[in-house]
Design a protein around this ligand. Structure first.
Ligand code: SF4
Length: 150
């Protein structure tokens, strides 16, 4: 490789002097545990319109690739086992985010015989984002702070 090419490669790989700090990456595994889908609509907006990835927030499909479990919905009785299994399959350190009033404490479904009463009844919750549904801006702010705290 000539000296010119070596210089070009070195300059290409070097960060610009005033490059902004990279956001802390947080890999999220989403589990819908009986949501009305209102939270999911806002969550899709977070990914698409608010460019979550540029803020370090990425969605993964496998528990083994996740840093945090993102739970929506009130945790219906028939999703308890699947939620627990996803948590068990995640590597340490692992954390849980309850997204929306239903995931925080059952929300409008609280007291129903068909729900367990929120993500905290199955897995240990580290961050609760309230709202019915929370807005993408609320999610972005809370999750960005959460990513940095990990
Ligand atoms: S918090 Fe509200 S929007 Fe979200 S799943 Fe519950 S009822 Fe639906």
């Amino acid at each position: 490789m000539s000296a010119l090419w070596r210089t070009l490669w070195r300059n290409l790989l070097r960060s610009p002097p005033n490059a902004p700090a990279q956001p802390r990456r947080l890999a999220l595994l989403h589990r819908d545990c009986g949501s009305c889908n209102g939270c999911e609509i806002e969550l899709r907006l977070l990914a698409a319109a608010y460019d979550a990835a540029a803020h370090g927030l990425v969605f993964v499909a496998s528990p083994q690739h996740a840093d945090a479990l993102l739970v929506t919905g009130p945790v219906s009785r028939n999703t308890e086992a699947a939620l627990g299994a996803a948590w068990d399959a995640m590597p340490d350190p692992r954390r849980v985010v309850a997204l929306g009033d239903c995931a925080v404490d059952g929300g409008v479904f609280k007291g129903s015989y068909a729900v367990s009463g929120g993500a905290g009844s199955v897995v240990p919750v580290d961050l609760a984002i309230r709202g019915c549904p929370p807005t993408p801006a609320q999610m972005l702010e809370a999750l960005s702070v959460f990513a940095k705290s990990g």
